[in-house]
Design a protein around this ligand. Sequence first.
Ligand SMILES: Nc1ncnc2c1ncn2[C@@H]1O[C@H](COP(=O)(O)OP(=O)(O)O)[C@@H](O)[C@H]1O
Ligand SMILES: [Mg+2]
Length: 325
Amino acid sequence: MRILIVYNYDFSKVLFRHPKQTKEIYPIETINKIADALKIKGHYVETADGNLEIINRLKNFFSRGKGIVFNLSYGIQGEDRYAHIPSILEMLGVPYTGSSPEGHTLALDKAVAKIIFRYYSIPTPDFQVFSSSDQDFSNIKFPAIVKPLKEALSLGITVVRNVDELKKAVSRITEEFHQDAIVEKFIRGREFSVGIIGNDEDLETLPVLEFDFGGDPDAIQTTYLKRHKPIKKICPADIPEETAKRMQYLTKRAFHVLGLRDYARADIRMDLDGNIYILEINSQASLVEKGSFVTAAKKAGYSYEDLMEKIIKTAIKRYPCLSEA
Ligand SMILES: Nc1ncnc2c1ncn2[C@@H]1O[C@H](COP(=O)(O)OP(=O)(O)O)[C@@H](O)[C@H]1O
Ligand SMILES: [Mg+2]
């Protein structure tokens, strides 16, 4: 198959600069590693930066033959950033891996995703959304956790114990991240993630992975830890089989109700009474080699190359024009 990997790297190639710049960037080593993995599997691979020049790159690549985009773009700037490249690809009729613009947009907005989870009885912590630190915070119970509505990597996240801390955290999010804040009930306990690959009847959940906080129920994954000091991962997690099955079932439900495609990863907390909550589902789950998705896939028997091949095959199946070729 001819594969064009599209990602975002050079943020300068835009017409105008938006105040809301994307802070989540795929390491270039991972882009190269994915390209190498796909080449090992026998594919023809090129890479392209998803900026002002992307339409010409797509025109050039696809005028030379059929193929598919491996979409690893987090966006450059502005609103609903995960949806930007997929929207261009939809408009041009180009096949691509991963979720649709709608799926990415619903998953990236933590409140919208949680409203949908609630509608479908998927447990998720209680929450409220605030756009200013002047609002009425009287129904918030402490401790609470405050997050930007549409970020990743734990950016802008603070655990707060009183109204003063809460107000500061909300101000920081509106000023620094140019977005609303979601304030959520803090779930003391353990943390897990569940990866998922496939679609419809071929949907596979990966073994449950636990982040080893050394038994501290108040620990969370901070940006610093995620970027520089990854927390030890235990996979498969040391939990009863029925608990693992329930986490995998809830991940499947979350994937379905947001209409996600091909692959994703749910972040889960379990409280001290054993109740399970879906925090979010990442529609653009990181494919970094040491990340939780790839680690769990390895436990399920996928080498890095096999995993990339599986994602491509899963996406190709959705495009009859490609699978017949
Ligand atoms: N309600 C919560 N209770 C306890 N910890 C939480 C809660 N929400 C988030 N966290 C902690 O913050 C981290 C990041 O939150 P998450 O909702 O996954 O956002 P992000 O998109 O930044 O990954 C989680 O991995 C977890 O450690
Ligand atoms: Mg997360």
